[in-house]
Ligand binder design. Structure first.
Ligand code: ATP
Length: 360
């Protein structure tokens, strides 16, 4: 682990804190009252669809944009809002979608370029150390055009890590890579950030990437933060329908609360104390819906997608709603087969139906 610039901390190890941060670009409200903390050594992933404000949040932390409202603290010091600390004095490193290396410098020179206040030999030692850390020590003397896209992005990561930034901001750092390399790099990126002891904020619109890299995920939509939590919590206990839908395949079964349970076409579910009579939607993941042939079953197979280790079946229920169920193994159910469908997990999540204000 390297010494981090500005090595003091805010309350309870909070390294980055955004409080009520809003930002407008003309008619577009890019961020709406964003409040968020990142702890020392934590990897926080901001996940959300295109245009939800992820990059704007990063740029505000980096000092490349001013917040209209709210403030930002780094290690307990206000750096944006009532007080302004310029980007170069924040000790923040950035990695962008494109590696943007200097084409006339080698990998080693690209990495050592930004290391100030060190002797030449110290700069080279540190540059070699981080190239080693990102797994390309043998490529130190190559120029960017002699490196693959993945290798160039490793150099960009090494360059950002080299000064030992207080916080590392990564804006879709894997999105220029092909899907297979991208999948492999996710785990490695997490490993590298943990080895370096980085506090990092990474933004992505890819939920699998978020699950693979994050300690905690913050889900953004239309400039608003809907939920922050560990990946498992975001997936299994989404706070709202948007989060449920965005982080994985989800089916929503309409129902109503009677006798303290949510009654749906696929049975009764715990209803989290919602008032009697409340219209609800019960979220179930397709992997948690079992299906089996049953001559008198209320469902009919209407579609089938083979995905190798599993098959996704589309089943039309008696109400007409079509739900997806995932089945592993080699059993094949032909379209038209009558089936029975049931939820296998007790972890279903119940939301009041859209437009229902339970508190009111
Ligand atoms: P993507 O995943 O597509 O990069 P994002 O979630 O990072 O999207 P932002 O880049 O933060 O989204 O943009 C949020 C909104 O603010 C978008 O509607 C965008 O068009 C708008 N926006 C961002 N920067 C500017 C700017 N400098 N001028 C005008 N509008 C902007």
């Amino acid at each position: 682990m390297v010494a981090h610039a500005g090595d003091t901390e805010g309350a309870a190890g909070v390294r980055v804190r955004l409080v009520g941060v809003s930002k407008r670009f003309g008619a577009i409200q890019a961020l709406r009252g964003l409040t968020l903390s990142v702890h020392t050594g934590e990897i926080l992933v901001l996940l959300g669809p295109s245009g939800c404000g992820k990059t704007t949040a990063l740029r505000i932390v980096a000092g490349l944009e001013y917040p209209d409202e709210g403030w930002v603290e780094l290690a307990g010091q206000v750096v944006a809002g009532p007080r302004w600390v310029p980007p170069e004095a924040r000790g923040v490193g950035m990695v962008f979608q494109e590696p943007s290396l200097f084409p006339h410098l080698t990998a080693l020179e690209n990495v050592s370029f930004g290391l100030r206040g060190l002797s030449r030999s110290e700069r080279l030692r540190r540059a070699h150390q981080v190239l080693d850390r990102v797994g390309i020590r043998d490529l130190a003397d190559r120029f960017p055009h002699e490196l693959s896209g993945g290798e160039q992005q490793r150099v960009a990561l090494a360059r950002a890590l080299a000064p030992g930034p207080s916080v590392l901001l990564l804006d879709e750092p894997l999105s220029s890579l092909d899907p297979e390399l991208r999948r492999r790099m996710r785990e490695e990126l997490r490993h590298i950030l943990k080895e370096e002891g980085c506090t990092a904020i990474l933004v992505t619109h890819d939920q699998e990437e978020a699950f693979a890299v994050a300690d905690r995920i913050g889900v953004l939509s239309r400039g608003r933060l809907w939920q922050v939590g560990p990946p498992e919590e975001i997936y299994h206990a989404p706070a709202c329908r948007f989060v449920a839908d965005f982080v994985g395949e989800a089916e929503f079964l309409p129902g109503r609360v009677y006798d303290h349970v949510a009654r749906t076409e696929l049975g009764d579910f715990p209803c989290n104390g919602l008032p009697e009579g409340t219209p609800v939607e019960v979220m179930v993941r397709p992997a948690e819906l079992a299906v089996e042939p049953s001559p008198d079953g209320p469902g009919v197979v209407v579609g089938r997608r083979f995905r190798g280790p599993e098959t996704v079946y589309e089943v039309r229920l008696a109400s007409g709603q079509v739900v997806r169920c995932r089945l592993s193994g080699d059993k094949v159910l032909k379209p038209g087969t009558r089936v029975r469908v049931w939820a296998t997990s007790p972890r279903t999540v119940v939301f009041p139906a859209e437009g229902v204000d339970v508190a009111g």
